[in-house]
Design a protein around this ligand. Structure first.
Ligand code: GLU
Length: 303
């Protein structure tokens, strides 16, 4: 496994320099574009890593999975999915125009959906809601606590004009109640969580393991929730590159604009990759390459 992961790293490293940083979050453009890390954690808890595996970066969109898991626990499936759909949108992650024609967001893995999900989490303040999301994230990634980037959080609150517009449109459409600022802050707290690709691989392994802790077997997220998260990852996890990714890699995965990708291979392993430069759809270029290599070598496609 160590040889295969090293070969995946070497092949993916040939694509360093391709892509763009996430310019829509100015703070993220400060990341070193040449970083690349790949980590695997198998469902029996063994792990191996190569490259920049201990470099911390913000989880960004991958946090949409934790937000959804907590919202389902608090508000239940029927309520959450009365406020959004579960169809791939075919639009960019921060697209606004569909809210004009469709009322509700297409799915919880795009920004509009995740902001609506944040509105389904119980708590009196954004900090209270975020704490619960962080607690679940810490358990699923086997760390004592998850830190946050105060700089990225502030930057998103100050510059996230499109997200603010999405939230207000959804309130106008009747799919987001309460205080819009609080919901945006909850979402940004989740996006600003600092992770490394080893942590992501552990989360992937928990989802691959039916939501159970890898050591104790304790159910960290409901089995049905883990299946729902994997399903949404497979259909909507890489925005409007999810179709090609399903062909090239063929496993449920979720990307984030911080440069991370987390994949869950049912019954086998979780994979975490990190490299900051993104393709036009907002997915790490080298991360996708590393996953493509691993998928072929380890025969991972589920289709
Ligand atoms: N925090 C980012 C935003 O809302 C997340 C987007 C992403 O990771 O793709 O714009």
């Amino acid at each position: 496994m160590q040889t295969i992961i090293k070969n995946a790293y070497d092949w993916a490293a040939g694509f360093l320099g391709q892509g763009q940083p996430a310019t829509f979050i100015p703070e993220l453009t400060k990341q070193d574009p040449n970083q690349l890390g790949v980590a695997i954690t198998t469902c029996d808890g063994a792990s191996c890593q190569v490259g920049d595996c201990h470099v911390k970066f913000t989880i960004q969109s991958i946090s949409k999975l934790f937000l959804l898991a907590v919202a389902l626990e608090d508000s239940g499936f029927d309520y959450v999915f009365s406020r959004m759909g579960m169809e791939p949108s075919g639009d960019p992650f921060n697209s606004i125009y569909r809210l004009e024609t469709e009322r509700a967001p297409a799915n919880p893995m795009i920004n509009a959906g995740a902001i609506a999900v944040s509105g389904c989490i119980r708590g009196d303040t954004a900090e209270q809601r975020a704490k619960r999301v962080l607690a679940l994230a810490a358990k699923c990634m086997s760390v004592a606590r998850v830190e946050r980037s105060a700089e990225v959080f502030r930057c998103e609150v100050e510059t996230g004009h499109r997200n603010r517009a999405l939230a207000h449109m959804m309130q106008g459409n009747g799919v987001l109640d309460g205080n819009v600022n609080e919901h945006l802050e909850t979402y940004y707290h989740a996006c600003s969580m600092l992770v490394d690709c080893t942590m992501l691989s552990r989360f992937g392994a928990v989802l691959a393991n039916g939501g159970r802790d890898l050591n104790s077997g304790h159910q960290l997220v409901e089995r049905e929730t883990a299946r729902l998260l994997r399903t949404l990852m497979a259909s909507c996890g890489l925005y409007n590159r999810a179709g090609e990714f399903a062909w090239r890699v063929g496993v449920p995965a979720k990307s984030g604009s911080g440069g991370g990708i987390m994949a869950a291979v049912p019954g086998r392993m979780g994979i975490g990759t990190f490299s900051p430069l993104l393709d036009e759809q907002g997915n790490s270029v080298c991360g996708q390459k590393a996953l493509e290599y691993l998928s072929r070598k380890l025969e991972l496609p589920i289709y």
